[in-house]
Write a protein of this length. Structure first.
Length: 252
């Protein structure tokens, strides 16, 4: 009997940025798919809670995803657990502000976490699989703002455009080696990060009434389901793809 292509039984899934929000939701969905999940975050308290919720022998590792040595350590520990086959690179942040006086410290912070950490995770994971001659799937968390612009988000848009480019470049480079590389690009989702902006009635109204054809925000589960699809064999011939879960935002 053929195995269920939507399942990840017997595989180790590494989720970077799993302490809260989208990363946590993705980790829980991969557990439901049967994977044993390794959760990584800088914040130990959030990580412990997420791992307890995940169960299924979930492993929590506190690490700074912007540091190469720590990322390499995390990948080694994940690979030692069994068949490492999935990476979800979900670490990220945002600090909006007008471009004219945007602090360079915020610019550097966003590129460190949204781009540098994502690349380091992909590099270490890819190297681990290539060294062992294993196949696998990488799913990056991008954004609808990786495809379009938005006022006050010059740094965030730049980082997510970079993530989309990284996705396509790695997909082409590693395709013949059996490593698929894709990204999920959601619209605004209510998470601890976005709450501060979505609680502003004017901003929320603009997003729902002017920007989103569906008139509704994405749910964490919507994004997690898309990540599961790209992580498992159901998407076996999909690579270099940016899967937008954006309520039609980029269809205008």
């Amino acid at each position: 009997m053929m195995s269920d292509p939507w399942r990840l039984d017997g595989r180790i899934a590494l989720v970077i940025g799993a302490g809260r929000g989208l990363g946590r939701g993705c980790a829980l969905e991969l557990v439901r798919a049967g994977a044993r999940v390794v959760l990584v975050s800088r914040t130990e308290s959030e990580l412990i809670e997420a791992a307890a919720e995940a169960g299924n022998d979930a492993v929590a590792i506190v690490a700074d995803a912007t540091q190469p040595s720590e990322v390499e350590r995390v990948v080694r520990e994940a690979a030692a657990l069994g068949e490492l086959g999935v990476l979800v690179a979900a670490a990220g942040t945002n600090r909006p502000g007008p471009a004219r006086d945007y602090p360079i410290s915020d610019w550097d912070l966003l590129f460190d976490l949204n781009v540098r950490a994502t690349f380091l995770a992909c590099q270490a994971f890819g190297d681990a699989l290539l060294t062992r001659g294993r196949r696998g799937s990488i799913v990056m968390l991008s954004s609808q703002l990786g495809s379009v612009g938005y006022p006050g988000r010059v740094a965030y848009c730049a980082t997510k455009h970079a993530v989309d480019g990284m996705t396509r470049a790695l997909a082409v480079e590693w395709a013949r080696d059996g490593i698929r590389v894709n990204a999920v690009a959601p619209t605004f989702v209510e998470t601890p990060l976005t709450k501060q902006w979505l609680d502003d009635p004017a901003f929320r109204a603009e997003v729902l009434e002017r920007r989103l054809p569906t008139g509704q925000l994405a749910e964490i589960e919507d994004v997690a389901h898309a990540v599961r699809y790209l992580a498992c064999d159901a998407s076996n011939n999909v690579t270099g793809h940016i899967l937008r879960v954006d309520g039609g935002w980029t269809a205008w």
